[in-house]
Design a protein around this ligand. Structure first.
Ligand code: ZN
Length: 170
């Protein structure tokens, strides 16, 4: 799961630019790689957590990604406890505070742009139901289960589309 050399793509950079211009309130993501923050996004709600936050399960000490990446086998704290990433693993529930904040943003949004997901992973995919506006935009290379609900469907890569409209690709 660790790709420490990954860098933001045009989609990450475009979202950061839209936020800087005051046109975007928040990014709600299933990604755990921290690339939105690396691109400059400030309000990022990480539904599945982040590999950049790691804690000792015994004493709570914080460890960064480099420490975990450089450990051999299961990473351990100096106290002997196991270090666990702040990432939602299979069969674990999502963080309640992040989920509530996401619902608040979506239910008050004028426009909701959903990109780079086929909308099959629940409960993240269910968040779309909290949107009450009439500008639902889906940007994804393949069809999604919610295409018929959208006001605009763009079947292309999110990086290509957002990168072009914001000018970060130019
Ligand atoms: Zn510890």
């Amino acid at each position: 799961m660790l790709f420490t050399s990954a860098v933001p793509n045009p989609a990450h950079r475009a979202l950061a630019r839209l936020e800087e211009e005051g046109k975007l309130k928040a990014v709600i993501t299933q990604n755990i790689d921290g690339l939105h923050q690396m691109a400059g996004s400030r309000e990022v709600l990480e539904l599945h957590g982040s590999v950049h936050r790691n804690y000792c399960t015994r004493c709570g000490e914080f460890y960064d990604l480099d420490y975990v990446a450089q450990s051999e086998g299961v990473p351990h704290c100096s106290c002997g406890g196991v270090i666990k990433p702040d990432v939602v693993l299979y069969e674990e529930g999502l963080d309640d505070r992040t989920l509530r904040k996401s619902v608040a943003y979506i239910s008050h949004a004028d426009m909701l742009i959903i990109g780079g997901t086929s909308l099959v992973v629940y409960p993240a995919a269910g968040l779309i139901d909290y949107y009450r506006g009439n500008k639902l935009v889906l940007i994804n290379k393949g069809a999604t289960s919610r295409d018929s609900q959208a006001d605009l469907v763009i079947s292309d890569s999110i990086g290509e589309v957002l990168g072009t409209v914001t000018g970060v690709n130019l």
